[in-house]
Write a protein that binds this ligand. Sequence first.
Ligand code: DHE
Length: 530
Amino acid sequence: MSRCTVSDLVVALLAALALGGASARAGEPSPSPSVDAVYQRRCASCHGADRLGGTGPALIPEALARLRDTAAREVIRNGRVATQMPGFADRLAPEEIDALVKLVYTPLADVPRWTEAEIGASRVLAADPPRSVTPLHAADPLNLFVVVETGDHHVTILDGDRFEPLHRFESRFALHGGPKFSPDGRYVYFASRDGWITKFDLHTFTVLGEVRAGLNTRNIAVSKDGRHIAAANYLPHTLVLLSTDDLSVERIIDAKDRAGRTSRVSAVYQNPVRDSFVVALKDVPELWEIATDPKAEPVYGPFVHNRQPGMVEGLAESPGGLFAHRRVTLTEPLDDFYFDPGYQHLLGSSRDGSRAVVVNLHVGRPIAEVALPGMPHLGSGISWTRGGRRLMASPHLQEAKLSFIDLDTWSVVKTLTTGGPGFFMRSHERSRYAWTDGMMGKTSKDTLTLVDKETLEIAHTLTPAPGKVAAHVEFDRHGRHALVSIWEADGLLIVYDVETLTEVKRLPMSKPSGKYNVWNKITFSDGTSH
Ligand code: DHE
């Protein structure tokens, strides 16, 4: 029997929530020869003859996973607002549209390599961008919010003091994961599911460049010094390292374990303390650490980070310096990482979603397991200090509960029952509450639960917009306001005063899937994702 990973199960759960779910079946042949002709005549000029994208997004199931087939049919019929996608209802028969929908959810028989030459050829840089060293806006540049609106594929830049939109621009199709910032907060980098990386200047509100790093990309990380981007790809099986300066390729690492077995790359994260990228692999029991410190030591022996007296030169795995590559062997692939505040440990979800495995990055091996049934969503975990001890909290995707874990003993100190299973969790150093949603539950999807960080009891439940999915909270840099998304096409961003828990403002937004505060991100605030 094949085993599901946490992310596989999340996909199923989100599909059940009508947020996704396509009709593709792996390996199915193209629906009919004539649909290929229709595709070539009507779609290929923008989406590529091979369906791998062009000026329009890639039309392959891997890139369309979050779009329901009914929504895809609607887009082909009537076009997509605020994009160059026209409607074809007057030019295509209903059966032709149905066949096209089936085609785009059919996996490609052959996935071409996406080599350095192809990545390089995709790169576009702004010809003559404004070069102002100071922001061309009057807002606090470190209290801006970057809001990703996946409803109509736009990004809004919001003033985090006045909650006024300052700028809105069309993004690549289906941005996913948190955008990543340069250490000074000036530049922000986005990744789309079909592999496009976009560099945006928050001083001048200009897109400075774009490059397609992969065909199906999971997420990106920016190095501690802000000089390098790592892009984690499902297709092809690569980790692509780019220069943040001009988005040129610095290195492509094929994702293979020691035995040469190839793997999708699940995700990549910055480790700001160890000055490295940490790489999660989907199909092989390894995780990697890639040095982003140009002075990194060579990597010796199977898993020893620093050279030890008496070690044999022949065991060297990787020369030192930038991108020195270290492998940590696991007993199973791990998904969905949470890093402890010191960044020496990570918690990864086991395949069956019943436990978290603790990996000590310094010694390079798993050191403990924490029983956490009900599929913890560790990537959404946050931590704070309580009674002199570090506590981490994580929602569970399948059960209406939150787990609180002592990060010194790796033990569960409390399990709290909530109104429904949640996805994201957030707080701020100055907030007495941790905020979590209930979006994975049918009856709880419109609620937010506020947990007192001292008593670990539910203090308040909010229902920002009855009947509508409420999710993803982010605080402003001062911890005075919490911004909540209403995940509808005609959605909202609702600003709460965190003391009075009253609404301060409602801003119409098109499914604002996530919002990211510059200060909280660049300071690695405890209460937010990193
Ligand atoms: Fe995400 C972050 C993986 C589906 C919205 N999601 C992430 C990250 C990973 C991940 C590894 C951290 C990346 C980062 O920030 O650098 N997501 C996965 C999956 O494996 C999964 C379950 C399946 C898939 O389709 O890839 C998945 N994610 C979704 C969705 O369906 C969501 C709800 C809607 C969407 O837009 O696709 C979704 N994921 C998000 C968001 C973040 C995210 C909003 C950023 C959270 C943050 O605050 O940092």
